[in-house]
Design a protein around this ligand. Structure first.
Ligand SMILES: *Cc1c(COP(=O)(O)O)cnc(C)c1O
Length: 339
């Protein structure tokens, strides 16, 4: 089965081998405070910083999920409340989580702005120039960016936000259960000024631990091991970005031209906001249902729609672990089914 599901998504083929290696070497049975395991954590963090070109003065912590990052930002970086200019299901979910912990009050301005860079539910993205506008419009706010389905797939201008996060089951090509949380010196100062240490995952605890390549609790050691290995293997983000954007452009052209007479069309009309990593395709409920079923029989897993677009779209992941050959097979299948 080849999968275009946008998360959990296709793994890099080496993952099975790396997992076996992690078990056989005994590393995942070692204490997470042992020098051997700390070297793995250090390697994973260094790998993320190097391959993704993260500024030297930004910090990296590893947690369990993007959902956990939503709560960490609300707990540890939000003194008043947060604002969420969302366009889809994940942005709304983030707002709901954040506002349960820090309800907005009419007499107070929000001190955190939460932006979903790549809205996986509908295949839109906030480009870096739009992010720069948010930054300028909210100069005193902490800008936090959910880049779950784009980090490690496209180049980010890290300077445009104080916090960036992604779980690894999307563009990192790894199994779920680990998330990368990147934060600026300004975010750390804000956390220190707030001084929140009430939770096992308070940012200040995480920071104290990760500055020594340790964790406040027993971490997902296998996940960290795999992150270290995948970061050793992938090319630099500039090279990955070029390929991702080229393939996205090819996908959009394919639907606009080759599939013009099919019962399917792109969900997003404005090319400026179309995602480079998740392509959303719309059609009638019955056509969507049928194409997913026929694809599955042909050994191809299309992504279901999500949220408001659950039954009227399917989604195609354009993640780095997917090969050009797999893309070719899906195109061939779509061409044939459109005849
Ligand atoms: C998948 C996804 C999430 C949720 O990630 P978890 O690891 O399940 O917490 C959050 N935001 C976006 C944009 C996503 O695509």
């Amino acid at each position: 089965m080849i999968t275009f599901y946008p998360g959990p998504a296709k793994l890099y083929p080496q993952v099975a081998e790396w997992a076996a290696e992690a078990c056989a070497s005994g590393l995942v049975s070692m204490n997470h405070r042992s020098p051997e395991f700390m070297a793995v954590t250090e390697g994973a963090i260094r790998g993320v910083k190097e391959k993704l070109n993260v500024p030297d003065d930004y910090h990296v912590a590893l947690v369990s999920s993007a959902t956990e990052c939503w709560e960490i930002i609300a707990q540890s970086l939000t003194e008043r409340s947060s604002e969420h200019p969302y366009t889809g299901a994940f942005g709304k979910k983030w707002m709901d989580y954040a506002h349960r912990l820090r309800p907005p009050r009419p007499d107070e301005l929000p001190d955190v702005l939460g932006v979903v860079q790549n809205e996986t539910s509908n295949g839109t993205q906030v480009r870096m120039d739009a992010l720069a506008q948010y930054r300028r419009a909210h100069p005193d706010a902490i800008v936090a960016v959910d880049a779950v389905s784009s980090m490690a797939g496209i180049v980010m201008d890290w300077s445009l936000a104080d916090v960036w996060f992604a779980s690894v089951q999307k563009c990192f090509g790894l199994p779920a259960g680990l998330a990368v949380l990147i934060y600026s010196p300004q975010a750390l100062s804000r956390a220190q000024a707030i001084g929140e240490r009430d939770h096992y995952n308070s940012l200040l605890f995480l920071h104290d631990n990760f500055s020594q390549f340790q964790t406040p609790y027993t971490p997902n050691g296998l996940g960290i091991y795999l992150l270290n290995r995948v970061m050793q293997t992938v090319p630099s983000i500039a090279a990955v970005d070029e390929r991702t954007r080229q393939r996205a452009a090819d996908w959009y052209r394919f639907f606009e031209q080759d599939m013009a007479d099919s019962p399917f069309r792109l969900l997003i009309n404005d090319p400026q906001v179309r995602s480079d990593t998740v392509i959303a395709v719309a059609g009638s409920e019955v056509n969507i249902k049928t194409i997913k079923a026929v694809a599955k029989e042909a050994g191809i897993l299309l992504g279901n729609g999500y949220g408001d677009w659950k039954t009227t779209t399917f989604r195609i992941a354009n993640f780095p672990a997917i090969t050009d050959e797999e893309v070719g097979r899906l195109r061939e299948f779509l061409m044939k089914s459109g005849e």
